[in-house]
Design a protein around this ligand. Structure first.
Ligand SMILES: Nc1nc2c(ncn2[C@@H]2O[C@H](COP(=O)(O)OP(=O)(O)O)[C@@H](O)[C@H]2O)c(=O)[nH]1
Ligand SMILES: [Mg+2]
Ligand SMILES: [Zn+2]
Length: 312
């Protein structure tokens, strides 16, 4: 029987929806005996699999192999000191979307999402949508400056006025992107504007893709209708992913613009709070490092330190 390679879009109760390379989608169940050299034991959305039609005929398909992952977006399973839960496999990048206004951007939340991306070794892109709602660009430029200085690509977009859409299209096409950001910022509107035929409800993606199913699984992979292919992962919010598993002493590495100062402090284990001779705080004092970003660091550090030790 003919084997096909495919990607897991979502799953409920042991039945996985697999999109095969020919563009078809099949419901498939795991076969008892799996080939999975170097591959994970538990299947996740985004996993690269091989499926084949069931031998006894009928409409069923079996997953016969899971292929090694190139990346994971993971979080700690709550109440479980060991083991992380993979939210999605083979994610290439994270897109963090906020609105320039309505709702007002929330930089602490933005910094948290960026830390989660860095902690998972995933490249992050930032979008400020609804730029049509802000008259002058000065306030937005001031907000964006620290992120561009840190090396992030910041897209200023408007669905309404068709601004910045081509560049954003090129970021998403052909890749698997975890999409995050508060509701109401225009994530669904942007995707609809970027990919004709997507037709997401202007509401959460999950509502539109998951309608008719009673069980909501962790994440959903949405295929992009584009010649270049690509997928968007609708996670229940990266907030849900959280920062679990990130040791507090590694948090400073999740702020790319801090890099030149790490290792320059008086104490090797400096956490850049109140320690004397802190090179990072000197950089903040001299205005080289953004105070807002440093404040986010301090706040997230306190949060990470409050996580019980046996989780780390
Ligand atoms: N003014 C303006 N409104 C927008 C823009 N993009 C989306 N919206 C509106 O913002 C609201 C929320 O959009 P939606 O796509 O559902 O946001 P989501 O919750 O992030 O998916 C809708 O009423 C959209 O029409 C934009 O670029 N400019
Ligand atoms: Mg939406
Ligand atoms: Zn320091």
């Amino acid at each position: 029987m003919s084997e096909l390679r495919g990607v897991v879009l979502n799953g409920t109760g042991g039945v996985w929806s697999v999109r095969t390379v020919d563009g078809a989608t099949h419901d498939a169940a795991m076969r008892g005996r799996l080939k999975q050299e170097g591959a994970p034991l538990k299947l996740a959305v985004g996993d690269d699999v091989t499926v084949e039609p069931d031998e006894r005929g009928g409409a069923g398909w079996s997953i016969t192999a899971i292929h090694p992952r190139r990346s994971v977006l993971a979080r700690r399973a709550p109440g479980n000191a060991r083991g992380e839960r993979v939210v999605a496999a083979n994610v290439d990048q994270v897109l963090v979307v906020f609105a320039a206004a309505k709702p007002e951007p929330h930089v602490r939340m933005l910094d948290r999402f960026l830390v989660i991306a860095e902690g998972n070794d995933l490249q992050a892109h930032i979008v400020f949508n609804k730029v049509d709602l802000v008259g002058g660009t000065e306030a937005l430029d001031a907000l964006v400056a620290p992120y561009e200085k840190a090396g992030y690509t910041v897209h200023r977009t408007s669905v309404r006025q068709h601004i910045g859409l081509e560049a954003l299209h090129d970021v998403l096409a052909g890749r698997t992107t975890a999409l995050s950001g508060p509701s109401g910022v225009g994530k669904s509107s942007l995707l609809n504007a970027l990919f004709a035929g997507l037709d997401l409800r202007t509401g959460e993606i999950s509502e539109s893709v998951n309608k008719g199913r009673h069980t909501t699984v962790g994440a959903l992979l949405v295929p992009l209708p584009d010649a270049g292919g690509g997928f968007v992962v609708d996670t229940p919010g990266l907030r849900e992913v959280g920062m679990w598993g990130l040791p507090p002493e590694n948090l400073d590495r999740c702020f790319p613009e801090f890099a030149p100062y790490l290792g320059e402090c008086k104490y090797g284990d400096c956490q850049h709070e109140t320690e004397p001779g802190c090179a990072l705080r000197a950089a903040v004092a001299s205005g080289v490092i953004s105070t807002a970003r440093y404040e986010s660091y301090c706040k997230l550090l306190l949060e990470l330190k409050a996580i019980p030790k046996d989780w780390a």
